[in-house]
Design a protein around this ligand. Structure first.
Ligand code: PYC
Length: 322
């Protein structure tokens, strides 16, 4: 092509998991070397941020978009390495995204039914593609770090929450703040953003000073939904999770176990703000942490080739005005 349209290409496949999008890069991603996945995520962040911006930001993406870059794995016996990223930066881990990647690989005929080990920046997870097309993810070991942590939130007073790791760091709030209803999205977003600001301002963190970058609010399930609970999750970058959030569900399972409210093997049905559900259970590990298993469905929705016209000021996404 003479107008430079095809000077560089990226190919992606889109899916959604319970409403939350995943955009998997299938060709054109950068070479991130052969180091551990956490090191490759750092390289992606610091040296190849164009990829994240091109995939997740407007004009091609939007605030809720989560991207997935597949690499050669670093750990042995893994099908692939995966780095997830969103409108802000890389993510430690993402379960809706893992379910989306598995559905996409199945759609391409790259995998068959069964268990597949996946290398991520926070450790190896195992994703099981089931006969019916659903996917169960055995996540990284998860735990509650602190219970009933108080934080003063302007306009909302004292808010209490648990701090837990489920592959990302979460502050989990129960029965406080706005009603957990779709009609309350704006209020839920501003409430959780206010909580997030106060956690940062007061230096309330996960282990080793890690930022708590997801805020999760819980309420009882809607009648007749069959769920055990309904949530709203604020993701880093300010968008809400359209799905029930798999790492958030993992963090919730760890808290339920710590409170003696969930036994190993017992099924927990977590509904998200759109009413879609993930099913979760835990296995108790020797060190007292839990291994969450979270399952759900993803649907492939489309496939695109991206062009990077050298004269297009927003070929790498709209990060600032030109
Ligand atoms: O499902 O783990 C998840 C997730 C994290 C951020 C968005 N979704």
């Amino acid at each position: 092509m003479s107008n430079g349209l095809k000077t560089s290409l990226l190919q992606v496949i889109d899916s959604h998991t319970g409403g939350e999008p995943t955009r998997m890069v299938v060709a054109g991603g950068p070479d991130l070397g052969s180091g551990p996945m956490s090191e490759r995520a750092r390289l992606l962040r610091e040296e190849h941020d164009w990829l994240r911006r091109s995939v997740c930001l407007e004009p091609r993406g939007h605030d809720a978009m989560v991207g997935a870059l597949l690499t050669q794995p670093h750990e042995e016996d893994c099908l692939t390495g995966i780095i997830f990223f969103n409108n802000l930066s890389t993510l430690h881990m993402c379960i809706h995204g893992t379910i989306g990647v598995m559905a996409t690989l199945a759609h391409r005929g790259d995998i068959s039914v069964g268990a597949h080990r996946l290398d991520t920046p926070v450790g190896v997870v195992t994703a099981h593609l089931r006969e019916d097309g659903s996917v169960e993810v055995a996540n990284v070991p998860s735990y509650r770090l602190a219970a009933d942590v108080e934080v003063e939130v302007p306009d909302w007073g004292t808010i209490r929450g648990d701090i837990a790791w489920g592959g990302n760091w979460f502050f989990l709030i129960e029965n406080q703040g706005p009603p957990v209803e779709f009609a309350q999205l704006e209020k839920l977003t501003s409430f959780t953003q206010a909580v997030s600001r106060q956690l940062k301002a007061r230096n309330i963190t996960g282990s080793d000073g890690a930022e708590i970058d997801h805020i999760e609010v819980f309420a009882p399930p809607l009648k007749g939904s069959g769920a055990d609970s309904r949530n709203f999750v604020l993701c880093p970058g300010g968008a809400y999770d359209r799905s029930p959030c798999g790492t958030g569900t993992s963090a919730k399972l760890a808290c339920l176990f710590a409170d003696g409210k969930l036994a190993p093997g017992q099924i927990w049905k977590q509904a998200g703000i759109l009413g879609t559900q993930f099913h979760g259970s835990i296995e108790l590990l020797p060190d007292g942490k839990v291994l969450p298993r979270v399952s759900g469905w993803a649907w492939v929705t489309g496939e695109s080739t991206y062009y990077f016209h050298p004269d297009d000021p927003f070929r790498h996404g709209i990060a600032s005005p030109c």
